[in-house]
Design a binder for this molecule. Structure first.
Ligand code: ARG
Length: 457
């Protein structure tokens, strides 16, 4: 029977029972629910609602149920939701004492407590996975700190960068994601129990004590908001969508790089798939699925916004729909971060091929314009002069490298012998002065700084 059944004369219609049932997905909150229940009864004992004897029995039965479920998770069935399942099972074992555990508590504050406990733990797991991924990016950046590759804008060859610079660009995204997660954590870490159904309780529950037992940093200060607030879920779903979007961009890069046309990388066998028909194929399924699953993870955020946007205060059953979205994003994010950490560390890079493309000499056009600026020419004029040189080269089927000093000086007498030292990717990188540029010396500093910052996460 439902927890609220005493006033009802007729049983719930079977279709409604099926329609409202949430145990299938909320059963994963069983540990959080038992932990919250344990803290609640310890607090009830402290304020004199439960005797020492009763507390002892409750503790024992909570522990037993914990172990039973741990050994046999299939035990969780036949109840409307996980909270009902746990309360019913405790009551079945210890009769009247079990009936006391819901004192001053509603499933409305209980469900949000469970969700917060669950998410605190998962946020820490995900932070660790992000750190693992970032470590791989740092290692790759160190390894390829001097390896030139072409950088693109509009997917057209632009200027030489390094493979390290590419990885550090993605790491910059993940470092912001980690920072965001830390910030969101503060708002997950709020203890709602004691808010009751919506208006608190007449029983003097010691909320601070419950918070301390459950290691929450603070307690909520408005009971209506506490039972209806899902901002922390929305924030987490946004965070997941953004991490996933970053991974999806990286995925797109990998897919492109693995094509015959680019041939910048070779996909590791353990992380790619073949074709059932074309024997020569090696497909980037990990990257493609990441790109594909991004739709679902962004969808989870949109779903939750849509659930919340028209809700009056306070708790409404609509809020039960927060869980499938949240669990889906947590699961996808965890496995995806894990798979990318392994995937990236196994990719083979075609360093020679990247070098060849980064040596295409029009990639040095901007360096040449800046060379003229450093010799005193206004930038617009320098841009025009180099544009003319490019046109000359194209029309005469020449490269910058084929030009003699005389040729250069026909366009500007500011050119001297030193112009020849500009025409390799190494010099292009070495001459970069600005912090944040691909200059390997600067990137070494950046890696050091980021590793340091990450340690304090
Ligand atoms: N299963 C519900 C949820 O996930 C919690 C129960 C609250 N139900 C209620 N009718 N007050 O939000």
């Amino acid at each position: 029977m439902a927890l609220w059944g005493s006033r009802w004369r007729k049983p719930l219609d079977k279709t409604v029972e099926d329609f409202t049932y949430s145990l299938d997905f909320d059963k994963r909150l069983w540990k959080a629910d038992l932990t919250g229940t344990l803290a609640h009864v310890i607090m009830l004992n402290k304020i004199g609602v439960i005797s020492e004897e009763e507390l002892k029995t409750l503790k024992k039965e909570i522990k037993n149920l914990y172990l039973e479920i741990l050994n046999n998770p299939d035990l969780i069935r036949d109840s409307e939701d996980v909270h009902t399942f746990i309360e019913e099972n405790l009551t079945k074992k210890i009769g009247d004492i079990g009936k006391k555990i819901h004192t001053g508590r509603s499933r409305n504050d209980q469900v949000v407590l469970d969700l917060r406990l669950y998410l605190k733990e998962e946020a820490c797991n995900i932070a660790e996975l992000l750190i693992d991924l970032r470590k791989v990016l740092f290692d790759l950046s160190e390894k390829f700190i001097n390896v030139p590759m072409p950088g693109y804008t509009h997917l057209q060859q632009a200027q030489p960068v390094t493979l390290a610079h590419y990885f550090l660009a993605y790491d910059a995204m993940f470092s912001r994601d980690l920072e965001r997660l830390e910030d969101i954590y503060k708002r997950i870490d709020v203890m709602p129990l004691g808010s009751g159904a919506l208006a608190g309780s007449n029983i003097p529950l010691d909320r601070e004590y419950t918070a301390k037992l459950l290691r929450f940093s603070k307690i909520s200060d408005n009971s209506m908001d506490a039972v209806s607030d899902r901002d922390f879920v929305l924030e987490f779903l946004f965070f997941s969508a953004l991490v996933y979007t970053h991974l999806s961009r990286l995925a797109e890069e990998i897919i492109l790089w693995s094509t015959k046309e680019f041939s910048f990388i070779r996909l590791p066998e353990e992380y790619s798939t073949g074709s059932s028909m074309m024997p020569q194929k090696r497909n980037p399924d990990v990257a493609e699925l990441t790109r594909g699953k991004t739709g679902k993870v962004i969808g989870n955020l949109v779903n939750m916004f849509t659930v919340v946007k028209g809700l009056p205060l306070s708790y409404n059953r609509d809020l039960q729909e927060d869980k499938p979205s949240l669990f889906s994003s947590v699961d996808e994010l965890k496995i995806t971060l894990k798979v990318w950490t392994g995937f990236l560390s196994h990719i083979e890079f075609n360093i020679d091929g990247m070098y060849r493309f980064s040596s295409e000499d029009f990639l040095f056009a901007t360096d040449i314009a800046e060379y003229l600026v450093l010799k005193g020419m206004p930038f617009r004029e320098a841009h025009k002069v180099v544009g003319e040189i490019v046109r000359f080269c194209e029309e005469n089927n020449k490269k910058f490298r084929d030009l003699s000093l005389e040729d250069w000086r026909r366009f500007s007498d500011l050119f001297d012998e030193s112009v020849f030292s500009l025409l390799t990717p190494e010099s292009s990188l070495k001459f970069k002065k600005t912090y944040g540029s691909p200059n390997p010396d600067i990137n070494r500093e950046v890696i050091k700084k980021r590793r340091e910052e990450m340690k304090n996460t």
